[in-house]
Ligand binder design. Structure first.
Ligand SMILES: [Zn+2]
Length: 417
């Protein structure tokens, strides 16, 4: 614990009321005036109390900081204090190594600022004042954007208060979807900007410059036209890929809509316990390959209960076909199914499926791109949103968007350390 206090030597170690107190100072050496360079005269010491990395107990570092006075009586500088940047920042009260420790705790150990403040025996503000400039410096380093070829985008809600007070509730997040050598996506949050709009995404892309934009090969997104326009406008050479999970969800949603409509038409009320279609709603949402024999039997019985239920069954088959495109072992086979869906669903007599078909026809290229980009998807962005949500809860919410952005960049891998 006593090693690593760089630039000073230890004079004394004591235990005072259960706190480890370490007294340090620099070795004497001639000091030049920072203003004029004239050798300065020693003017005694000042006691600075610093918070340090806790071990079994809290640790206080007492730094006997030297004071100097310029020897030239005409110099404007007068008296000045020695500085040891490797020990602590000027006017800081948390040691350099405790700041590094705090950032690692936030990043790796799900720590909160309040928790770190408690461990150091200081206030939330003091901890954040030490940590914030470090995170801001790392966030400003544009080299963290280098080498991104698959890029994801998605939004999340970061607060629920009046937007006039705190700005837009949504934030748009950009995510590096680069895969490791085993082909596994190692998602990394690149940035968060206010709003959920094509403009938010486009402005961010434009600010990254040509080198970044030319490097992006695939751009994954959820079915939101604003983001698509931003990709088309600013990433001319990139292939836009519609997220597979969201496409499957559109299919499941269409089946749900058909079931509710048929139910309402035949019974005159919303589904309730005992109604045949109500009883199979979870079965209809599952993948066919996952159904047990018992579930299959229940599905058949519910459909057979009324000839008009056939519409629900057809819609379900359509959704299963959509799933099967993604489940196909070979991408060429999957692509063939997807092309067929994009060509035919729009003319389906079931209105909900026809609407799904029109959506997929409109997104045709991005929908089919999954099959030509080695299954690129936006799952990494979804995973990052999960990390963000966890940390928002740990901190019990945020009031300040600047702080929120820095903390999320840290925990979601966006900062180089
Ligand atoms: Zn001077």
């Amino acid at each position: 614990m006593l090693v690593g206090l760089e630039g000073v030597h230890v004079e004394q170690v004591q235990r005072v009321d259960g706190v480890l107190v370490v007294t340090v100072s620099t070795s004497p050496q001639p000091m030049g005036c920072p203003a004029c360079g004239v050798i300065a005269v020693g003017r005694g010491r000042r006691r600075r109390v610093l918070h340090d990395v806790p071990g079994a107990t809290r640790v206080r570092v007492i730094w006997r900081q030297r004071m100097w006075r310029c020897a030239d009586p005409d110099c404007v500088r007068g008296v000045f204090l020695e500085q040891v940047p490797t020990l602590v920042k000027a006017r800081g009260s948390i040691t350099r190594r405790a700041t590094v420790w705090a950032i690692r705790q936030l990043r790796r150990e799900h720590a909160t600022i309040a928790g770190i403040a408690r461990q150091l025996g200081t206030s939330w503000k003091t901890v954040w004042r030490a940590v914030e400039p470090e995170l801001a410096r790392l966030a400003a380093d544009e080299s963290r954007f280098h080498g991104v070829t698959p890029l994801g985008v998605g939004e999340h809600i970061w607060h629920h208060v009046d937007p006039r007070r705190r700005g837009p509730k949504e934030l748009t997040g950009m995510v590096d979807l680069t895969r490791d050598k085993d082909g596994k996506t190692r998602a990394r949050l690149l940035d968060l900007v206010p709003g959920r709009s094509g403009k938010a995404y486009r402005d961010w892309l434009q600010a990254r410059g040509d080198a970044f934009r030319n490097n992006v090969e695939v751009a994954a997104l959820d079915p939101f036209a604003g983001y698509k326009t931003a990709i088309d406008d600013t990433l001319e050479d990139a292939v836009a890929v519609l997220d597979a999970f969201h496409v499957v969800k559109l299919g499941t949603h269409a089946v749900d809509e058909v079931r509710r409509r048929v139910q309402q038409d035949t019974l005159g009320h919303r589904g309730r316990k005992g109604d045949p279609l109500y009883g199979i709603q979870t079965i209809l949402r599952a993948g066919e390959e996952n159904l047990t024999d018992k579930q299959r039997a229940r599905l058949t019985a519910a459909i057979d209960a009324n000839p008009v239920h056939d519409e629900v069954f057809i819609a379900w088959q359509c959704a299963q076909r959509l799933r099967s495109a993604y489940r196909a072992e070979h991408l060429t086979e999957g692509r063939r199914i997807a092309e067929d869906i994009a060509d035919t669903f729009a003319t389906c007599p079931i209105p909900e499926i026809a609407r799904l078909g029109r959506t997929l026809r409109r997104w045709r290229q991005a929908f089919l791109a999954y099959f030509t980009t080695n299954r690129t998807n936006n799952g990494g962005t979804e995973a990052i949103n999960g990390i963000i949500e966890l940390h928002r809860r740990l901190a019990r919410g945020y009031r300040n968007r600047h702080n929120y952005r820095l903390r999320m960049l840290l925990v979601a891998g966006g900062l180089k350390q």
